[in-house]
Design a protein around this ligand. Structure first.
Ligand code: PLP
Length: 453
């Protein structure tokens, strides 16, 4: 997607917010230019530039940043123009508390249609009985999952945030840690892998009401059957927080938790490549409880433009092209992991099965936070993440966004080489060779414009 440019085509329609219409005789005779002009109620970047140049500049700066650097944040992606069009549409103006056919407002027929289509596409895509597509975010989906199954004070078993659990998995800074009694499991400090016998022992000891399976940096597929067995054995609900892998699951590039979990919560904006938002998948038995847990228990009116954009994303995710993308995301991550290891990074679990890689830069003489800064200065945008040892931090990289841009295995090798040079040379002699790496990163990003390639 190209960065928006200055307004060019004059339009024959009234400019919103002004009384002065544009003279129709000034409109270009070219009908396609007239068609290309945004219709009333749809996004019009030229209008933003005219009305609020200050914010328009901020938006353009973000577009330039995305075009100029390599996006390796594992939770990010580039949505399609179709998803963006649904977001910036008149559905943004509609209040629609409730569910299709049972709203608290009038005039919800198109909104109902959007939500029905989104739900139907989601249940078909993931083979689930029921989908709730209203959560405003991944965290809102987790909150609703807890609200559906738990009471305040209940014991919950989840991956400890210090080992890669999300904030909503019991962090004391989050509602989860405040309102529930979380017991945290980790990964083996040496292998970096989940130790199911230890999780089983902890579940037997603590008897949680729910077990949460999900992480922000675990690079392997969880054994959902093992989690189900442990949950059954200890009388716990199984909640799978598939915020990260949901897109891989949709594309058939990762196993599905749907047959095992009582409830799956997820985001729609990570590997799935939809709008920012959350969703829940469940069986018929919990459908009503889940719906009530979203509205009215934890949310008000659904964001119907986002619901429509989720429907668009589910439609895209059902195509062979998306399955090819999802498999390429994993192939790219495997190549990137191996190449980073060859550069000297200690890759957690020795590789990846997913879109993400966790790596310790310690063998290159630096820590995760410093590495993130050195990489940022070189135009390589990554996160820090916990390490299995619990000592220090590593870096987390993901391949979803760069794969969406059209990068392949050759570019992954280039990225690993640039990461190695930025961290090694920057670490030894601050800034010495970083400018050259920066140029190469800019060149790489420039060859793959931000957006679906
Ligand atoms: C990203 C993520 C979330 C939260 O998503 P937000 O949309 O940022 O609220 C929850 N759980 C896991 C495991 C995640 O990775």
């Amino acid at each position: 997607m190209a960065a928006p440019t200055a307004p060019t085509a004059a339009t024959s329609r009234r400019t919103p917010g002004t009384s002065a219409g544009i003279d129709a005789s000034a409109a270009p005779a070219d009908a396609s230019a007239a068609l290309a002009a945004p219709a009333d109620g749809f996004a019009d970047f030229a209008a933003l530039r005219r009305q609020d140049p200050e914010i328009a500049e901020v938006v353009l700066a973000e577009a330039a940043r995305q075009a100029d650097t390599v996006q390796l944040i594992a939770a990010e992606n580039f949505t399609s123009p179709a998803v963006l069009a649904a977001l910036a549409s008149p559905l943004a103006n509609k209040y629609a508390e409730g569910y299709p056919g049972a709203r608290h407002h009038s005039g919800c027929e198109p909104a109902d249609a959007a939500e029905r289509i989104a739900r139907e596409r989601a249940t078909a895509l993931f083979g689930a009985d029921h989908a709730n597509v209203q959560p405003h975010s991944g965290s809102a989906a987790v909150l609703a999952a807890y609200a559906a199954l738990l009471r305040p004070g209940d014991t919950v078993l989840a991956m400890a945030p210090a080992h890669g659990g999300h904030l909503t998995h019991g962090s004391p800074a989050n509602f989860s840690g405040r309102w529930f009694d979380f017991a945290g499991y980790g990964v083996d400090p040496v292998t970096g892998l989940l130790d199911y016998e230890r999780i089983r022992a902890l579940a037997r000891e603590r008897r949680p009401r729910a077990i949460v399976c999900g992480s922000i940096c675990y690079p392997r597929h969880p054994d959902y059957a093992a989690f189900r067995e442990i949950a059954d054995e200890t009388g716990a609900h199984l909640i799978v927080d598939a915020a990260h892998p949901l897109g891989l699951i949709a594309g058939g590039a990762a196993p599905s938790p749907v047959p095992y979990a009582d409830l799956v919560c997820a985001t729609t904006h990570k590997v799935l490549r939809g709008p920012r938002g959350g969703m829940l998948l469940t069986g018929r038995d919990l459908a009503e409880r889940v719906d009530r847990a979203v509205f009215p228990l934890t949310q008000g009116g659904a964001q119907m433009h986002t619901v429509a954009a989720k429907a668009v994303a589910f439609g895209e995710a059902a195509t062979p092209a998306f399955a090819a993308y999802a498999h390429q995301v994993v192939a790219n991550a495997r190549v990137l992991a191996a190449a980073l290891a060859a550069e000297g990074f200690a890759v957690v679990t020795g590789g990846t099965d997913t879109h993400l890689i966790a790596a310790d830069p310690a063998p290159l003489g630096t820590d995760g936070r410093t590495a993130r800064s050195l990489l940022a200065a070189a135009g390589l945008v990554v996160d820090v993440c916990p390490l299995p040892s619990g000592a220090g931090r590593g870096i987390r990289l993901g391949t979803a966004a760069v794969t969406t841009q059209g990068m392949g295995e050759r570019e992954m090798a280039t990225i690993a080489a640039l990461c190695g040079r930025a961290v090694r040379d920057g670490g030894r002699e601050p800034g010495a060779r970083t400018p050259r790496v920066r140029d190469q990163a800019r060149d790489l990003a420039g060859r793959f414009p931000p957006g679906p390639g």
